[in-house]
Design a protein around this ligand. Structure first.
Ligand SMILES: [Zn+2]
Length: 102
């Protein structure tokens, strides 16, 4: 498989451990933070994010996370504004209104 077409997976040590977790670039063990890996016939080959910073996927992932955080922040602000105005309501009421009108 050519390097260009290699399929990388992106993960973080907090959530996922893949194979030996030995970085293929610096040779050190990956013990924290983000990393990428790809599968070969007999192993997972991992690489620290810091050891492959030119991979454009990292930037795209950062942006997606920022957008997700921003969306969450706006959502929470709306929820609190709604709550301040109307108080709590049960989900059935909320969803039946949406179901009928949307
Ligand atoms: Zn490394």
């Amino acid at each position: 498989m050519s390097r260009k077409n290699r399929h990388y997976n992106y993960a973080d040590v907090r959530y996922q451990i893949s194979g030996t977790m030995q970085c293929c670039a610096c040779g050190k063990k990956i013990t924290e933070g983000p990393y990428r890996y790809h599968e070969t016939a007999d192993a997972y080959v991992s690489c620290h994010r810091a050891c492959c910073p030119d991979d454009p996927k990292w930037l795209a992932m950062d942006q997606a996370e920022q957008e997700s955080n921003e969306r969450r922040r706006l959502f929470e602000a709306d929820v609190l504004a709604f709550y301040d105005k109307w108080g709590g309501l049960d989900d059935d009421d909320f969803m039946s209104i949406v179901a009928i009108n949307r």
